[in-house]
Ligand binder design. Sequence first.
Ligand code: SF4
Ligand code: MG
Length: 323
Amino acid sequence: MSQVLQIRQLSVEFPTRRGVLKALDDVSFSIEAGEVVGVVGESGAGKSLTGAAIIGLLEPPGRVCGGEIWLEGQRIDLLSDDEMRRIRGRKIGAIFQDPLTSLNPLYTVGQQLVETITTHLSLTASQARTRAIELLEATGIPAAKERIDHYPHQFSGGMRQRVVIALALAAEPKLIVADEPTTALDVSIQAQIIELLKRLCKEQGAAVMLITHDMGVIAETANRVVVMYAGRVVEIGSVRDVIHDPRHPYTAGLMGSIPSIAHTADRLVQIDGSMPRLNAIPTGCAFHPRCDKVMDVCKQERPDLMAAGRSQAACWLCKKEVA
Ligand code: SF4
Ligand code: MG
């Protein structure tokens, strides 16, 4: 499979009056065509920031201060705002938690879909309308032929997120960045929406970066998982490996939040404490104040990602294993 997205040692900083805060530090991973990579961690881990950096929508004063972002062999982190806007429309589709941020309340969903399709694909307005109806049908909107002329507020939250998915896929992008796409929705429809997103992206061969705090969503959807903590990647591996054999104590803790896994395994780990603030990231392993396996070395030296079974983890326990 071909690599769609490659992030190499991406770092993001926020200048403040009291000095520069590093919000992302050396984040590296890649996503292939047709693959879903889940990016997981508690709030403040740097997941959304990674997504925002990729789509070129970091909120100032945040800025990329190191590393590279490649999309289909093109380096995109050095592009101008205009060039990036074109890439975003054509090659990257974004889906956010609140569907209303992606939809314009003043236009019908059909107008918005047709606009996106005619801007990026060489289709006439009437061909674009046919395509828009197909997209709405593919996302499970009933009576798409009539509903295409409705305004966003005439849809329920779940239906609206289906429209956003149709819109994100309309220009046949290579990469979809979905940031907590179902968090605002009713639990009963979350799984349907995730399943839909996964199926449509696979059909189009799009790579998906799925950002979520919910390990359960990852378990159901992703091929691989990137676990983030305090702006760094602390574990990366296939979903199967990471779920059945988490190597970083933080990952093991996140597993405890999936009810079906927690009660079958001896893994009901509670992670006490909370994600450190950017201006107070602990020395050594940033997770050490919360870790029940902490050793002396953890407080002084920061572990980099290292081989751990079939995965990689940034934890001194993995080093011990090798020694
Ligand atoms: Fe815990 Fe040490 Fe591993 Fe950090 S490096 S997760 S403190 S055992
Ligand atoms: Mg977030």
